[in-house]
Write a protein that binds this ligand. Sequence first.
Ligand SMILES: Nc1ncnc2c1ncn2[C@@H]1O[C@H](COP(=O)(O)OP(=O)(O)OP(=O)(O)O)[C@@H](O)[C@H]1O
Length: 220
Amino acid sequence: MVRFENVGLRYGMGPEVLRDISFSIEPQSFQFLTGPSGAGKTTLLRLILLALKPTRGLIDLFGHDVNTIQKDTLTALRRRMGVVFQDFRLLEHLTTYENVALPLRVQGRDEASYRAEVVELLRWVGLGERMHVLPPVLSGGEKQRAAIARALIMQPDLLLADEPTGNVDPSLARRLLRLFVELNRSGTAIVIATHDLALMDQFDSARRLVLGDGRLHIYD
Ligand SMILES: Nc1ncnc2c1ncn2[C@@H]1O[C@H](COP(=O)(O)OP(=O)(O)OP(=O)(O)O)[C@@H](O)[C@H]1O
């Protein structure tokens, strides 16, 4: 579903942050993306999300070359990807329920057609009791799970999560990992960017994409 061939990226006139990156993400696969701080994990995720264009090389996303993609195709491809940002990006004036339902509302869907779906997803992430409160009242871990639910409501083919356990204690990190593994078993491809070694060790059969010095090393 994602293929990079000799991709390079530099910001403005700066040095190349990513150099000759080649790899693929297969449907229903699970991988960690890791490497030291500043290695380019977020940059790589932003390339997949079409938030950045490569300076050189080829990126193929769901069978489309991102360099020649039309704007309407771009929107359709973005919809196939769910993303959990490092800083959650929840809207503070909307309840947990409303935040998670927002992508559906934006699509113009009628609330009656999705209410049960949103409630079920919120229960699945353990926020059944917190759906009517505003984000400032949620704990870090609850915000994290709300952000995950919002990324999942559109049933993406690919879920990208940037440091999803960065702000939670180890026991919640384990629960979140179980959530991602369960989701993967139901068919979603997953990329988790993290430098949490303990987290990766809990799922050591997962593929590891390791960034360092602008290059990518793959451990299957
Ligand atoms: N908008 C930008 N403009 C210029 N340089 C940038 C920009 N964003 C990131 N960089 C640089 O690109 C490099 C890679 O950054 P990136 O955020 O992708 O790394 P990371 O591996 O996600 O780091 P962390 O683990 O700390 O989040 C860093 O040297 C960073 O300073």
